[in-house]
Design a protein around this ligand. Structure first.
Ligand code: GLU
Length: 420
């Protein structure tokens, strides 16, 4: 079966990872395409009236990877480079991620090819509402539940919830997660991915016998994941020495003052130009000597071109798919680098999304303490299972995480059977 529709570097990368793991797990040939190929995909054109009176048409997508374990779940990305192939790869990774941490979901992802930074607030609202309208036949609390991803936030989720609810005729908070708490969002959801990442970094430091106090971290991407991960790691005593965003990076070997940096970002909308640091490019940043390197931006950043030159002890993948299979092959030869793979490392976000959905369905809301306690328990279990699996089979952490996730979906498909 040739996935022409999805063909793209990122989809090829997700397939390559799947094929290697399926081979290792001895999954029968016949079952492989059924597991790998997305179940459904919707492509829509999204016409928007722009502020200047013109009409512009954007392309939007939603891909649902498998429906075997429950509704599908995954974020919505607004970014100029969104393609249906990228969205399909991200949906596949959501499947393995949800299965790894034991959530009753298949994976999904959505996206609109646009530059949200160049849209006014009202253009962004019209884009979100029209895209939601086009998705109505395929989303819903029992069908497919979107959430934030690159370029979207709580406000975008509020518009999605409102547009869907107006169609249905009553408020449906469970159609989307990552909403404002006021509308049925969960306490702790906004911070969940970054906090979860910091928790796993701390557990990895225990495993490796490293001390947090005085350790250094470098973060690529200072959005919702990277900025919260920075604060959470700093609370553990880790020094954040460099961060970057789409506009460039900043570096201060003595450690960045995050309060001052966040004030600067609030005004200038970028880390660039922060007075207490020197400028650095995104490429240089990845190679800085540090204890913890956190790629928390886009996919395919650690490649065969830079993997051999990384200078970190822990690679904590906040982004989805930041490391190519070619780079993985190089990292496998480097016993000096411990990888916390994306589907484990950034799973805190979807875990608390799951909690949000459960709270919405029950209309019964939990304290932040309850949310965090349950989050750390699921992360601990997934971390230990992955570590033990990797050690037992002498495989990488990524291979271990993917094989645990894929196995759960495969087993579920086997017991459900093939209809008719
Ligand atoms: N976009 C996030 C991810 O890639 C969160 C998805 C969700 O919460 O459903 O994991």
């Amino acid at each position: 079966m040739q996935p022409y529709l999805y063909d793209s570097p990122t989809f090829r990368m997700a397939c390559q990872q799947f094929d290697m793991v399926a081979e290792f797990m001895n999954i029968p040939e016949m079952a492989r395409n059924r597991l790998k190929m997305p179940k459904r995909a919707l492509a829509v054109s999204v016409p928007i009236r722009m502020d200047n009176g013109s009409t512009q048409v954007f392309m939007g997508y939603r891909v649902q990877h498998h429906l075997t374990l429950g509704p599908t779940k995954g974020g919505i990305r607004f970014h100029p480079e969104v393609t249906i192939g990228e969205v399909a790869a991200l949906a596949m990774w959501m499947s393995w991620k949800c299965a790894l941490v034991g959530l009753p979901y298949g994976g999904a992802k959505g996206g609109v090819t646009c530059d949200p930074k160049s849209l006014s607030l009202s253009e962004l609202e019209r884009l979100t509402r029209r895209y939601t309208q086009e998705l109505i036949p395929v989303i819903g609390p029992q069908v497919d539940i979107p959430a934030p991803d690159v370029g979207t936030n709580e406000q975008v989720m509020a518009w999605i919830m409102d547009t869907y609810s107006l169609q249905i005729g009553h408020a449906v908070p469970g159609v989307v997660t990552g909403k404002p708490v006021l509308l049925g969002g969960s306490l702790g959801r906004r911070e969940a991915t970054g906090r979860g990442l910091a928790y796993l970094v701390s557990r990895t430091m225990d495993t490796l016998g490293m001390q947090a106090e005085g350790a250094t971290a470098v973060i690529q991407g200072y959005g919702n994941v990277g900025s919260v991960a920075a604060i959470s790691m700093a609370k553990q005593g880790i020094k954040i020495i460099a961060v970057s965003d789409a506009f460039g990076g900043i570096y201060n070997p003595k450690g960045l003052d995050l309060n001052k940096l966040n004030d600067h970002v609030a005004v200038s909308r970028s880390v660039v130009g922060f007075s207490e640091a020197e400028p650095i490019t995104n490429e240089q940043l990845l190679l800085l000597p540090c204890d913890i390197l956190v790629p928390a931006a886009l996919e395919r950043q650690i490649t065969e071109g830079n993997a051999a030159k990384l200078n970190c002890r822990i690679l904590a993948e906040g982004a989805n798919g930041p490391t190519t299979p070619e780079a993985d092959a190089i990292l496998a030869q480097r016993s000096d680098i411990f990888v916390i793979p994306d589907i484990l490392c950034n799973s805190g976000g979807v875990i608390v999304s799951y909690f949000e959905w459960v709270q919405d369905l029950q209309s019964f809301f939990w304290s932040e303490g309850e949310v965090l306690d349950k989050l750390f328990r699921l992360l601990e279990q997934a971390y230990m299972q992955t570590l033990n699996h990797a050690r037992k089979h002498q495989i990488s952490m990524r291979f271990a995480a993917l094989s645990l996730g894929i196995k759960r979906v495969y087993d579920a498909k086997v017991v459900r059977g093939l209809y008719p």
